[in-house]
Ligand binder design. Structure first.
Ligand code: IPE
Ligand code: IPE
Ligand code: MG
Length: 244
């Protein structure tokens, strides 16, 4: 198969794919529908994408679900998005768990409703032992905030004499990130033609490959994911070296 996990001894299927799902609103607008219709259809695309990742042997999938800046949207849309998040967790987690998916969340939890926090805790606990795919939902997530939180912790530890400032290096810093147990994303996909990071995984994407596709998120299919992986497989990752 074209997308075999390894080729010539080099692992070619990305270990960690992260997705900025974008274009739900435009998808709905093009059909004369309210934005929520696009978000609903977007949930179906998430479902298909998770299954496709399992089938391809991708081990980590991280999905940008709600950014720390998305609170700027009208309250009704924020409510709709939070409602869909509840719906997704309630409806999908049992099935995800049966499929060997471990579900986890990154982002600032305190601003989320108590019942959502409870659902998050329960779903993380219920799926913790699963190993096939780690599905991380970034909810009220902002890359800059994640970095600031890590800095705060380090400064506190330094002040209290628990760490020596001179010993702070990339590895120590990474340990303080909320996403510390995820490998850096190998591939970030953004749909809808926008070509920006919008505050997603800033630290982690230092050497990530980016694939931008004009497809709007609700239309994103298994086929689009496979195409993005193929594009990734054509890239030469150099990490600053001279390349081959
Ligand atoms: C992505 O679609 C979903 C979220 C950001 C939650 P958008 O809602 O951003 O759709 P567009 O960009 O307005 O088309
Ligand atoms: C990024 O999409 C956030 C998520 C996908 C959750 P946005 O649609 O919010 O990004 P901008 O505002 O176009 O940069
Ligand atoms: Mg958008």
């Amino acid at each position: 198969m074209a997308l075999a996990p390894s080729y010539g001894g080099q692992a070619l299927v990305p270990l960690h794919v992260a997705i900025i799902m974008d274009g739900n609103g435009r998808w709905a607008k093009a059909r004369g529908l309210p934005r929520i219709a696009g978000h609903r259809q977007g949930v179906s695309a998430v479902r298909e994408c998770v299954q496709a990742c399992i089938d391809l042997g991708i081990r980590y999938l991280t999905i940008y679900t709600f950014s720390s800046e998305n609170w700027k949207r009208p309250a009704a849309e924020v409510d709709d998005l939070m409602g869909l998040l509840r719906f997704y967790i309630r409806r999908e987690v049992a099935e995800l768990s049966r499929n060997g998916v471990s579900v986890r969340f990154i982002g600032e939890r305190s601003r989320l409703a108590p019942d959502i926090n409870r659902l998050i805790d329960e779903s993380e606990a219920e799926t913790r032992a699963n190993r096939r795919l780690t599905l991380t939902l970034a909810v009220n997530y902002g890359g800059r905030q994640e970095i600031i939180d890590a800095v705060r912790e380090l400064v506190r530890d330094a002040r209290d004499g628990r760490i020596e400032p001179g010993r702070i290096d990339e590895a120590l810093f990474r340990e303080r990130l909320q996403s510390h147990d995820l490998p850096d994303p190998d591939l970030v996909i953004r749909t809808s033609g926008e070509q920006r990071l919008s505050n997603f995984l800033l630290w982690q994407s230092a050497y990530t490959e980016f694939v931008f596709t004009p497809t709007l998120w609700p239309d994103f299919s298994r086929h689009d994911l496979e195409n993005a992986v193929k594009e990734f497989q054509r890239r030469e990752r150099r990490y600053g070296g001279a390349g081959g």
